[in-house]
Design a binder for this molecule. Structure first.
Ligand code: HEM
Length: 531
């Protein structure tokens, strides 16, 4: 297989330990690593045994903190190619030339479990892609469901605290099967849409090769004329979407906790390429307020019948990692990693995410220099005045480390016209500083009802069983009732069936919004920001 540019870059960091005599980290030869140095055959080990101390000290520090979420993951290398020149939409160079091969690294993950937790649990799956473009690293850090549980990043710690094992006894391990998660859900109705997806077969993918990916948040594409369009990103697996049966997923979790990881690894090892098409939904700025949902609300999807997904390119994963820790564990994705031509929206989830990833990685990867770890370094030369800090790997030469300077003829200089550089889209922002959202953020049931209506009979049966099973693990009967009442706003039959399974009372006044004309398909304007 021909190596891509990133693989060649990684080659410069690879070290083979196949032959030769053992040494310490100082390069001093060692002829015995089995016996520590003792005072007599039966005496205590001596402090001066630097060979013992070095070996044990390194071992003592072999672990780094696991990711605070998405700790369990599997990664692979590959490449991306765009189908057509998209320069009318974006100046992103890697989306302009169908002949250009852009190396990628992808990490699939579960969200709630620990690093060693089983693959086939009911959970959202992470789908994070790093493009090593010629203009720098670009990341799409998405999930396998098109919406998220909450509307504002400030609630993320609450969501995750409710999903993780409870703090007093670190139980239970199953994320969507305990009191705190369901307590959060019934107190936070904006979770309803993602909870519907979580109870569906999408939450137990058969393979990482057969699940969709979604960037979820709204972004912008910006072209050289400075014109922009809103965009949502999609990954479509060429093998189609396939899920496990729930009963089978549970058994596999016990029998083969590495089920999805092994499937990915073995297929790549056997030369079966893993392929996804990249799709975009594009929205003209003048249509921003034409929907009954706010396009900045990530608990809502953009209905594909209104805004079709255009397939713009293909990603092929074809190379396994050489070292799990160095590549899959140390890779650092961040939604703020964008290249010229791709920009953010004001989605309050996205805005918070832009802060969180770099922040957490400074502690997870041991300081501010983790971008120098081989898997994270970009293909273009990094050229700036940042210096020093823990684990700095480069020897940055020269007298000056500031700009502007005269002592080094003003170099390195701020990028000039014609030199690749990022410029933020110059959006006009004019409003009051408030902690509020558009009114349509409060509609928590229209899209869950659309989702329920789009399900086939077997999918509905799966969802009802999942609610009964997962909520059945929750001891608090009051929570059961409140959840059933919420489901009454999605569909009365769903609410009734779940209530029957839990011994709760079906909601008396449950309306069925799905029998009314679907407002999501209307072009009524309710999404304007409060002034
Ligand atoms: C990690 C997706 C919301 C904080 C991840 C990963 C994915 C992901 C896929 C794993 C990346 C990897 O494989 O290394 C998403 C999506 C979100 C979302 C799709 C919503 C649309 C948030 C929010 C926050 C957040 C709101 C915080 C305000 C984190 C943190 C990590 C993480 C701290 C760990 C990063 C690391 O240690 O490298 N997220 N996330 N996420 N996410 Fe999110």
């Amino acid at each position: 297989m021909k190596k891509n540019q990133k693989s060649l870059d990684l080659d410069t960091a690879r070290v083979s330990h196949g032959s030769g005599y053992l040494t310490t980290n100082q390069g001093v030869g060692v002829n015995n690593t089995d016996d520590s140095l003792k005072a007599g055959k039966r005496g205590p080990t001596l402090m001066e045994d630097f060979i013992f101390r070095e070996k044990i000290t390194h071992f003592d520090h072999e672990r780094i903190p696991e990711r605070i979420v998405h700790a369990r993951g599997s990664g692979a290398h590959g490449y991306f190619q765009v189908y057509e020149n998209l320069s009318h939409l974006t100046k992103a160079h890697f989306l302009s030339d169908p002949n250009l091969i852009t190396p990628v690294f992808v990490r699939f993950s579960t969200v709630a479990g620990f690093r060693g937790s089983p693959d086939t649990v009911r959970d959202v799956r992470g789908f994070a892609v790093k493009f090593y473009t010629q203009e720098g690293n670009y990341d799409i850090v998405g999930n396998n469901m098109p919406v998220f549980f909450i509307q504002d990043a400030i609630k993320f710690p609450d969501l995750i605290h409710s999903v993780k094992p409870e703090p007093n006894n670190e139980m239970p391990q199953a994320a969507s099967a305990h009191d705190t998660f369901w307590d959060f859900v019934v107190n936070t109705p904006e979770t309803m849409h993602n909870v519907m997806w979580l109870m569906s077969p999408r939450a137990v993918p058969k393979s990482y090769r057969t699940m969709e990916g979604f960037g979820i948040n709204t972004f912008r594409l910006v072209n050289t004329k400075g014109e922009f369009k809103f965009v949502k990103f999609h990954w479509k697996p060429l093998l189609g979407v396939h899920s496990l049966v729930w009963d089978e997923a549970e058994k596999i979790a016990g029998k083969d906790p590495d089920f999805n990881r092994r499937d990915l690894w073995e297929n790549i090892e056997n030369g079966n390429p893993v392929e996804f098409e990249l799709g975009i939904q594009v929205l003209n700025p003048e249509d921003e307020f034409k929907f009954d949902f706010d396009i900045l609300d990530c608990t809502k999807l953009w209905p594909e019948e209104l805004i079709p997904v255009q397939k713009i390119g293909k990603m092929t994963l074809n190379q396994n990692v050489n070292n799990f820790f160095a590549e899959t564990e140390q890779i650092a994705f961040c939604p703020a990693n964008v290249v010229p031509g791709i920009d953010f929206s004001n989605d309050p989830m996205l805005q918070g995410r832009l802060f969180s990833y770099l922040d957490t990685q400074i502690s997870r990867l041991g300081g501010p220099n983790f971008q120098q770890i081989p898997i994270n370094r970009p293909l273009p030369k990094v050229n700036n005045n940042q210096r020093d800090g823990m684990h700095r790997m480069t020897i940055d030469e020269g007298q000056t480390s500031y700009y502007p300077n005269s002592l080094n003829n003003g170099e390195p200089h701020a990028a000039r016209d014609g030199e690749s550089h990022f410029e933020h889209y110059q959006e006009k922002v004019d409003g009051h500083i408030i902690r509020e959202r558009s009114a349509s953020f409060r509609d928590h049931y229209t899209q869950p009802a659309m989702f329920w209506n789009s399900m086939s009979d077997w999918e509905r049966a799966h969802i009802i069983d999942a609610f009964r099973f997962q909520l059945g693990k929750c001891k608090n009967k009051n929570t059961h009732q409140r959840l059933v009442d919420m489901l009454g706003n999605v569909d009365p039959v769903l609410a009734q069936k779940v209530a029957e399974g839990l011994g709760a009372t079906p909601p008396a006044n449950a309306t069925n919004p799905t029998t009314a004309a679907s407002p999501a398909l209307s072009m009524e304007n309710t999404a304007k920001s409060p002034k």
